[in-house]
Design a protein. Sequence first.
Lengths: 473, 217, 267
Amino acid sequence: MQNRSNDFIPAAQVAIHDADLQRAVSFGTNAGYTRRRAAMFAAGEAHGQALRRQAAAIRRNCLNRLPELLAEAEANMTANGIRVLWAIDAEEANRQVVEIARRHDARAVVKSKSMVTEEIGLNHALEAAGCVVLETDLGEYIVQLGGETPSHIVVPIVHKTRESIRDLLIDRLSMPPTDDAEEMARFVRETLRRDFLAADMGVSGGNFIIAETGSLCLVSNEGNARLVTSLPRVHVALVGIEKVVATVEDYATLTQVLPRSATGQAMTVYTHLINGPRRANEPDGPEHVYVILVDNGRSGIYATTYAEALACIRCGACLNGCPVYQVTGGHAYGWVYPGPIGAVVTPLLTGLENASPLPYASTLCGMCKEVCPVDIDLPRMLLDLRADLVAMGRSEAVWTVGMKAWAGGVGSPATYQLGGRMAALAGKVVIGSLPGPLKGWTVYRTPPRFAKKPFRRLWAERQSRREERDEQP
Amino acid sequence: MSSRERILERLRQRERPFPEVAAPAVYRPMVEIADTSPAALRARFIGEAQKAACAVHEVASPEAAIDLILALVGREATLSAWDPAQIPLPGLASALELANVTLVGQDAGARVGLTGVDAALAATGSLVLMSGPGRYRAASLLPTVHIAVVAAGQIMADLESWLAAQKVTAPDLMRRFSNVVVVTGPSRTADIAMQLVMGMHGPRELHVVLLPSVEGP
Amino acid sequence: MGSNGRDSVIDDRPSPRGKRVSLFVTCMVDMLYPETGMAVVDVLEHLGVAVDFPPGQTCCGQPGFNAGYRREAKQVATQFLKAFQDAEVIVAPSGSCAAMVRHEYPRLFADDPLWGDTARRLAAITWELTEFIVEGLGITDLRGRLPAPQTIAFHDACHGLRLLGLGQAGRALVDKLENAAVVEWEPGEICCGFGGLFSVKMADVSGAMLHKKIDAIEQAGADVIVTGDVSCLTHINGGLEKQGKPARVIHIADLLAEGVRHAKPVE
């Protein structure tokens, strides 16, 4: 997917003035936040924190052993009859999928939700190769119908109102008019049922891969992921290399922490393990199953101080908790992953120069870290990315000059006090707005007023008064 | 050098992240269940399955179970089903034949699907269904109504216990069976304005037919 | 409620009881809210604490650090280390400044042969005001009294809440003030949108977040909104004033000092 992250500030401004978006995103994120809290801490605060610690340890320990686990996963998946491929980048992954489609004469493709396939732009590649690709997750289907991109990791159309969804379905599919969500869902079910049955190939993502059993694991609620991975004769799954875990115990924890954190469910409706194509004695299931292990920049993150970002299990909790995301929605971030995790992985995966506003799209309030089920220190990484941007020389000159002046002035008590006195004097002349890069302040706030006597003056005066009093007989 | 080699080499070449983080010494289950007696687990399973929007039917006997199933099938001529030999209800096949219901493995038009289960998980009201001979995945997936027959002895505490048990009794389980699905209630979505809608691409109704426990209620 | 983060950087801080407190008043309090600085002194002296004010202090360096200018931040932080190098205990009326010293100074000066040890020592003895009183001194009852009954809502400044785990200390102190009734409101824990330079770099987003906070303040209907960080306060009050609204946020030191000024007579 093309990256428009450098347009974050103007895009955010558009979002802020979109009343429908504001209402929808506010509602959706609040619901997500509340449901997560209730589910993660259903058995009390201490229990919920213990779950987080367990999940955090599992993800980090597995990351530490990643190359070994990948090799083990490959060996076991292969022994299970899954064809394992490795894709170093988007181009290679797309090529592999197209190759598979050609090999099996697959033209009609159905897809379940996969952020990795958004990352690599798989749909375009398949369409260019002559395939018809249909998203089947309700949110992604609506996104596809509207020619948009998803704005949230878990709830792709959180930014859309019921009315806009209704209008889209009426406009594109001649749905009989209705405002009822259930009727809209039924309509989509009927429409897509035919496509499921006619599809040659199913493409899915993967939530986890269990190394010790060679299993591809998916969680879903709608049933489309099961249909995509059961009905067509070919199933291709694309999975980021960081998704591998070591054991079924690791998996059992994570596959139950993920839905709690994402939607407030103890288990998703369908929690499934795919171990391979149909066995000789099984009556249905795909004949061919492929798993493509996708790197696309992840190995580059692995060996850096940003490795923690790979612990993400894509639950979306940080989006729901983020006061910035709640105001800007997901599209402003300009790429596949929005919100706090997006602000970190987008520069890491696509280059800081392509996403330079994102590390600054945060007040560092810490809510993302607080809600993250695996305790990723996103604020720390945002701070580090800011330092990287400055070190790269990608900060605007006005800030660099300003910061040097600030450091020089504030670094010595004499110039610091002088600066304060000057600001107090300048404040006496009524100023409508602050100068230069600070002018954004006064659009929303009155300027701060420098005191005539700073604290140190008050302190000094009080000290002399006390000394005088002590000296008096 | 293949991509595989390049990727693995990149991952191996420098210091690994998190050397100080050990795997958990003890894996706490997600749901702590104090009373794991069969009666308590049965009650817990029923409660949780109902919370997950399953209709749970406790029947007094296998005959009553078959009657209930026939009632749910109603006037449908076809039933998408597992091979009855895979479902713990003696007499099921002949009862269905007598009622002129044709068993189809995968029939996109069948309104009702019927399966057994491999386990029922009390902590979340979930059903574990594995693929295998005579076990159509479609039966629990395509129809609008899914009926699952659960024998009392199949109820376990949770996913962790089920996986642990397989490690002991069937360590090559995943190699032998292509698919394991843990089903918790009927399919659903909340994509439209966060409103919960039951029945998306999978079944809209999930009926659990729970056979009596051998020891008594 | 809210924070799960206890400050994990310094777990076994030496007790500050009986020690001299060096006040780190912070640049914003110094320049913009000097009376708040005096309020801090009043409260501490009321508790029998000996307070001094190292004159060489300026700023903790947070603005530069948060903007990614580590070298410049270190330059300013060095002045802090110089000013406080003889301190026994440091107290600051700001969660974000205390967090800067506690969490970032050890990292900033990790490999510094000249100032590394001082940075680590000072990080271990730096406290935010309310945690100093409640956890450091073990005091929750200031024996204070507000002149008239007031309902009080907390805006939990984010760094204090999540980096230092401050949530309960301030509430505990205000709860014990006679005539004070703390009201809970959920938006109290949501970021006000200041975020340092974020407030000007991403002014529109900051403004939108501020707008939400102001709406929540109006709905809370409390007599007083209190916070532990003057950065939030400047941003929120600037917005309230710009919108012509009468409500104002005050610093918790001001509220506690008012309570202490009308202290209950000692029996």
